[in-house]
Write a protein that binds this ligand. Structure first.
Ligand SMILES: Cc1cc2nc3c(=O)[nH]c(=O)nc-3n(C[C@H](O)[C@H](O)[C@H](O)COP(=O)(O)OP(=O)(O)OC[C@H]3O[C@@H](n4cnc5c(N)ncnc54)[C@H](O)[C@@H]3O)c2cc1C
Length: 385
């Protein structure tokens, strides 16, 4: 016998109000005024804490939060500097402050969605008929469904890696204005040291400010102090000390497929549910696609859905990461082949996680085959995260 909906505290509880939680909740606030939603978010206020970028392959809910877009980008290796581009798929930059504001305003204006900040989820009980959520302050909430977007605490085994990075938004002295050009540099490879790969990611923010991010593919998460030292040394060397930091951001992203993302009545979303692409760390646009699908499913059936998984892409990512970690592989060479030899539109669709079948072939044929053939048998052995 099913329980009367009104005896629950909400029709849906969203655990975590970051990118995925707010993306879903703001759509529901906008489109489904009858669905009662509670979003539980640990932080007490939203600040500009990250810069979301990625290729725009279709219109999305946060189009009005795009602050820059480029039809060309650069990849730099020790042996070449590539300038690449796509007329159809610009690389766009979104301001997190604008996104948080838009989502919070939509939620504030709705009668059915309630965002509780400072709400720390301590325990979640998933039973056949309902989800019970216990908060740090002793509050208990029940709902027939929950979407969980809190990051997993997890350890990763090879071939899976952590993508650790620190980014500084820097202001340059006047005479150094525009020194890194007006295009984004997606990868400027640095000596790998004891990591699998290290590179700078450089985004023009305004005439004399850039986001400069030192990124490391490594076996362990974090490494913040180490990365900051590398970043500061690089900035000092490049600008002769002529920089000042305005803001910083930090991340440690699991380059690995998600853990099980569906239980009785809890569906995982966002990075936790598999929206983060293992081989790249991009997640924003995939989260938008998932939020569209999930909101539509809730409007139609009342039931949320997890991000759709693509086994073929997961296998390709696993193989790619295995090859990157082989001692004879140069990550700079692999990425220069990928960016240099593959048609940019095909590569963008592949990296964005929405390839057509012939895009897969184009990507595969741009890469050197011998290391992949050598690594392929180990796929059968498996490397679950
Ligand atoms: C600095 C940074 C820059 C990034 N840049 C890009 C980019 O350019 N392009 C791209 O595609 N991806 C990028 N990513 C990756 C990805 O898009 C983001 O991490 C994105 O925010 C993931 O969304 P999410 O909802 O899964 O996680 P989050 O946005 O991190 O949301 C999780 C939420 O859960 C909350 N939470 C955690 N524990 C609890 C608890 N116990 N109770 C209640 N709430 C809790 C957190 O406070 C947080 O708000 C970046 C990540 C970082 C960290």
């Amino acid at each position: 016998m099913s329980r009367d909906q009104s005896s629950f505290d909400a029709d849906l509880v969203i655990l975590g109000g970051g990118c995925a939680g707010l993306s879903l909740a703001s759509r529901l606030a906008h489109q489904s005024p009858k669905v009662r939603v509670v979003v539980l978010e640990a932080r007490t206020c939203y600040q500009e804490d990250r810069t979301w970028c990625g290729w725009r392959t279709e219109p999305h809910f946060f189009d009005d939060c795009v602050v820059s877009q480029w039809n060309q980008w650069r990849v730099v290796t020790p042996t070449c500097s590539l300038r690449l581009g796509s007329a159809g798929y610009p690389y766009e930059m979104l301001n997190s402050k604008l996104i948080y504001e838009k989502a919070c305003n939509l939620i504030r204006g709705s009668r059915s969605v309630n965002l509780m900040t400072g709400a720390i989820v301590k325990d979640v009980i998933d039973s056949e008929r309902q989800v019970t959520v216990c908060l740090g302050d002793g509050t208990i909430l029940t709902a027939p469904w929950a979407v969980d977007t809190r990051p997993h605490q997890r350890s990763l085994r090879p071939p899976w890696l952590w993508q650790n990075f620190v980014g500084y938004v820097v202001q340059l002295e006047d005479e150094r204005q525009g020194m890194w050009g007006s295009l984004p540099t997606l990868m400027d490879f640095q000596p790998a040291g004891d990591s699998v790969a290290q590179f700078m990611y450089i985004l023009p923010m305004s005439a004399n400010s850039y986001l400069c991010e030192w990124t490391r593919f490594a076996q362990i998460p974090g490494e913040r102090d180490l990365i900051e030292t590398e970043l500061r040394t690089w900035l000092d060397r490049e600008t002769n000390g002529g920089w000042a930091m305005e803001r910083q951001e930090f991340g440690s992203l699991p380059m690995a497929p998600p853990l099980e993302n569906f239980q009785h009545r809890i569906v995982d979303g966002g990075t936790r549910g598999g929206s983060l692409r293992a081989s790249t760390g991009y997640a924003f646009h995939a989260i938008q696609r998932w939020a569209d699908t999930c909101a539509a499913s809730i409007a139609k059936t009342g039931i949320p859905v997890p991000p759709r998984r693509n086994c073929l892409l997961e296998c390709m990512d696993e193989l790619f990461l295995r090859v990157l970690q082989h001692e004879s592989t140069s990550a700079a060479l692999m990425f220069s082949r990928l960016f240099g030899d593959c048609d940019p539109d095909r590569l963008v669709r592949f990296l964005a996680g929405i390839p057509r079948y012939d895009d897969l072939w184009a990507v595969v044929s741009s890469l050197p085959w011998p290391p992949f053939l050598l690594a392929a048998p180990s796929l059968a052995v498996g490397g679950r995260p």
